[in-house]
Ligand binder design. Structure first.
Ligand code: PLP
Length: 406
């Protein structure tokens, strides 16, 4: 923290103790004892959790990058016109993402809602006002049967009907006058119509193609891949590995569709996206997160993750019968390395489920996951969301628990 910032905050602090009481410290290197930190977790009795897993909304997504917190804190003091802010943040992000247009949404789910709404209404004010209760037949969104997932509820929320297809021929057949969009779920296990063919068919019918790649960085290249392929709309979550605000996301692609999506969103009072408001700080924060993510040394970050895994692995392998292995998820979602831990059940007499429970119920509370390799159950210990000092805490707790059973 800069001295200037400390002084700026002075009026907000109770002037306790001698340091701030009479005299302001002089000299830039004065050791100022940190003000006693207000512990909101404690105040509310909420358990802080160490996330040795992957980004999960129920575990509050990700931890924001320092740059994001800086953007949030440093912009909170002034008002901004939200139309202007969304436009300017969007223009900058579009430049960074090498696409026509971009906007900040309240997460990828909101992006799916707004993208669908945009495809239905365009910039027609009457339609925007009426959505989801448009007169006439319901708008239709085409999806592959194997791509149906929980998040397509955001499509249905607009009143659109999802038409399931399997294979290129069925997809070709499904288009009619009510079709407004085709949605591709990038991390679906299988696709009967692969990306390129999906795009070719949608283009032939002049229908926008939307791809949900919410959790699909790393690799960072994915942030550029789908606009190059020809998708008209693309979403990524802001609060996963991009490490922006949990309640922010990216929607980007074709300019006319982004303009229509904005008309369906807050700060307009009436449209379907109004309940998905994004605040000023989240917009600045999302911008800062994207910039920081694109500028990061991804090779170095990956190596750091491998080093973390080695550190935990070498600690727990001192227990006879315990084995650690680096496992890299093939993705597209959560495509990063983690540590898989298994053990000889003759030597360490405990089930993986019980170790998970002990980690979770211990202090500090640590959440890890189960993994399966064929019939074999094992622990999956994630390292990418740990703060640096938490790597050793996870190693120590894991070792303690396994050791007790050995
Ligand atoms: C996480 C996720 C979402 C929802 O994203 P939010 O940013 O939490 O709204 C949507 N689709 C997929 C594939 C996801 O992984």
């Amino acid at each position: 923290m800069k001295r200037r910032d400390i002084f700026k905050g002075l009026t907000l602090l109770p002037l306790t103790g001698g340091v701030l009481g009479g005299m302001l410290p002089s000299g830039s290197a004065a050791a100022e004892p940190p003000a006693p930190k207000r512990d909101f977790f404690k105040e509310l009795g909420v358990t802080p959790i160490i996330n040795a897993g992957v980004t999960m909304t129920f575990l509050s997504g990700s931890l924001m990058m320092p740059e994001v917190l800086e953007a949030i804190n440093s912009t909170a003091h002034d008002f901004a016109n939200m139309y202007e802010l969304q436009d300017k943040v969007g223009a900058k992000m579009a430049e960074m993402l090498q696409c026509e247009a971009a906007m900040v949404t309240s997460g990828a789910s909101c992006a799916i809602l707004l993208g669908t709404a945009a495809a239905i209404t365009g910039t027609d004010a009457a339609k925007i006002k009426q959505l989801p209760n448009l007169p006439g037949p319901r708008p239709e969104v085409i999806m592959q049967k194997s791509h149906r997932y929980l998040f397509d509820q955001a499509v249905s929320t607009t009143g659109a009907k999802i038409i399931e297809v399997e294979g290129p021929a069925e997809m070709e057949q499904a288009f009619n006058a009510n079709t407004v969009m085709a949605l591709f779920f990038n991390a679906a296990g299988s696709s009967s119509v692969p990306h390129e063919e999906f795009l070719a068919i949608a283009k032939r019918h002049q229908i926008p193609a939307f791809i949900d790649a919410a959790a699909d960085v790393p690799p960072v290249e994915n942030l550029f891949r789908f606009q190059k392929m020809g998708f008209d709309l693309i979403t990524f979550s802001g609060g996963k590995m991009i490490r922006g605000p949990q309640s922010a996301g990216l929607l980007f692609g074709r300019k006319d569709l982004i303009e229509a999506a904005k008309l369906n969103h807050s700060p307009h009072e009436a449209p379907i996206g109004r309940p998905c408001k994004v605040n000023k700080e989240e917009m600045f924060g999302m911008y800062a997160a994207l910039k920081s993510y694109l500028e990061r040394d991804h090779k170095k970050e990956w190596q750091d993750w491998l080093d973390r895994i080695s550190r935990i692995k070498s600690r727990i392998e001192t227990i006879p019968g315990v084995k650690g292995e680096t496992y890299t998820d093939p993705g597209p979602a959560n495509a990063f390395p983690c540590l898989r831990v298994s053990w000889d059940q003759q030597k360490v007499k405990v089930e993986p489920e019980d170790v998970l429970a002990a980690l979770k119920n211990g202090t500090p509370s640590i959440v890890a996951n189960m993994a399966h390799d064929g019939a074999e159950k094992m622990l999956s210990v994630g390292v990418v969301l740990l703060r640096p000092e938490q790597v050793d805490i996870v190693a120590r707790r894991l070792k303690e628990i396994l050791h007790k059973m050995a």
